[in-house]
Design a protein around this ligand. Structure first.
Ligand code: OAD
Length: 236
């Protein structure tokens, strides 16, 4: 912990790669592991373009349920510690795989969203995007003012990541002196690959996770525990 703190104190370029574990202490279920969403639901029935084409109402019911859970939640001490870190680091980026928006609610500004935003609705007919925080939504599936069917503004399995977000994330990984990898199982690519990009460019890798991951043996420092407890201590 002390060594990791020293690296962070000296660094002027820090990139964070965050996953569902960062929001777990806000009461939002993760995807894998105990209580994970993919233990209860099948990803291919809910988070693919094919699933949406087959049954948009079912897919929306699931996203609406998640929107309600997230609307009831707020940022936790982990999110807030990252917002504090951002203020101290000249070149800071928080690359997140989460779609809940709790990073911004905690006061983070330099957020790069790799997997989209659950509060955005995108029309399949005219392409218009709108932000709507109503939860639950009154009608499922929701419709655009043009009459077209709207989809959640998230990235599904089999879809490419948004171009601008991905190139910003690649730059942030390649330029980092320190990468903090928080609450991610590091198994979903291409996001997980950013860790290896950062390593190749010489970044120190600091992992914070409840459990051991594929990254743990490779990390320069792997801290075991809850993000909401470790981050505030690390960034004191
Ligand atoms: P996962 O659910 O795969 O992994 C969550 C990680 O967080 C696990 O390694 C847990 O051990 C750890 N964890 C849980 N609670 C924690 C806590 N309080 N503090 C620290 N760590 C904790 O979530 P992601 O890695 O984010 O993609 O999953 C990546 C992507 O897979 C998601 O963005 C989503 C999913 O399918 C899409 O929807 C495209």
């Amino acid at each position: 912990m002390q060594q990791a703190r020293a690296w962070l104190e000296r660094a002027s370029r820090v990139t964070v790669l965050a996953g569902a574990g960062l929001s777990a202490e806000s009461g939002i279920p993760t995807f894998r592991g105990t209580g994970g969403l993919w233990r209860q639901f099948r990803a291919e029935e809910l988070a693919t373009p094919q699933a949406f084409a087959r049954d948009p109402k079912l897919v929306w019911e699931w996203y609406d349920w998640r929107r309600v859970r997230i609307a009831q939640a707020g940022p936790n001490p982990g999110h807030r510690a990252l917002a504090e870190l951002e203020k101290k680091i000249p070149a800071f980026a928080l690359v997140t795989q989460n779609v809940d928006g709790l990073e911004e609610q905690a006061g983070c500004h330099s957020v790069i969203r790799l997997h989209g935003d659950i509060w955005i609705l995108r029309c399949l007919a005219c392409g218009r995007e709108r932000r709507d925080r109503t939860a639950p939504l009154p009608v499922l599936p929701p419709a655009c003012s043009c009459g077209g069917l709207e989809r959640p503004g998230v990235v599904w399995f089999g879809e490419p990541l948004p171009n601008a977000a991905w190139s910003a994330a690649e730059d942030a990984a390649a330029g980092a002196e320190v990468m903090l990898v928080v609450g991610t199982s590091v198994v979903v690519y291409p996001a997980a690959g950013l860790v290896w990009n950062a390593r190749q460019s010489g970044a120190k890798l600091i992992e914070i996770n409840l459990e051991e991951t594929a990254l743990s043996p490779e990390a320069d420092c792997s801290l075991r525990g809850k993000a909401g407890e470790i981050l505030p201590r690390l960034l004191l």
